[in-house]
Design a protein around this ligand. Structure first.
Ligand code: 2AM
Length: 188
């Protein structure tokens, strides 16, 4: 199975994203992410054997303890760039704590044989994928007009282990386990 860890979004942020996507979707015929699929990946694990799930679970449970931290969603942009885009994203600003969570997750998984990412951690929400050349002028202009697209700030108190299954249109993500950041647990 194909796995990754991610931060989920609270209901009020999803509501803003729903409105944003409703405004953008009609501007271009590209592969828009279903609302349910939106998440912030902290570590892409890749293929993993089901019989080794407990091992992975134990490693992820050891990622804490750490403070819950605040994360801001704003700015829209294109990967790799606006001229030849493959992904439309919403920006994720979590400062050093988000970086640190991603780094700690990665380090915990190295002893299990899961390699470190070669590319720098670049937190984002994938709003749409561009798989084939289609007219994007209207969408690009709309995205420019919407900047800085403030989508909200929220506290990160946990992260989730996901399984990604291929779907006919978009991948289907299943929540497997949740991991609370330790101080959040102490506070509740
Ligand atoms: P993306 O949305 O930018 O494609 C499941 O595929 C999740 O893991 C997605 O959020 C995806 O990010 C992320 N991911 C990171 N590295 C990946 C890789 N090498 N292959 C597939 N997905 C990856």
């Amino acid at each position: 199975m194909r796995l990754f860890t991610a931060i989920d979004l609270p209901a009020e942020v999803l509501l803003r994203l729903e409105r944003l996507l409703a405004a953008l979707r009609s501007e271009a015929l590209i592969k828009w992410s279903p609302l349910d699929n939106l998440h912030i990946t902290t570590k892409f694990i890749g293929e993993w054997q089901e019989r080794r799930l407990d091992e992975l679970d134990a490693a992820l449970a050891g990622v804490g303890p750490r403070e819950p931290f605040s994360l801001e969603l704003k700015d829209l942009g294109w990967f790799p760039n606006e001229r030849s885009p493959r992904v439309l994203w919403a920006g994720v600003h979590g400062g050093q704590w988000l970086e640190e969570l991603a780094r700690a997750t990665e380090e915990r998984l190295v002893p299990l044989g899961i390699p470190r990412e070669e590319r720098a951690f670049s937190p984002h929400l994938t709003l749409a994928r561009i798989k084939s050349p289609v007219p994007l002028g209207r969408l690009k202009q709309r995205v420019r007009d919407m900047q800085p697209a403030a989508l909200g700030t929220f506290q990160v108190t946990r992260f989730t282990l996901y399984r990604s299954d291929p779907g006919s249109n978009a991948s289907i993500y299943h929540r497997l386990r949740e991991y609370r950041l330790a101080s959040a647990m102490a506070a509740s």
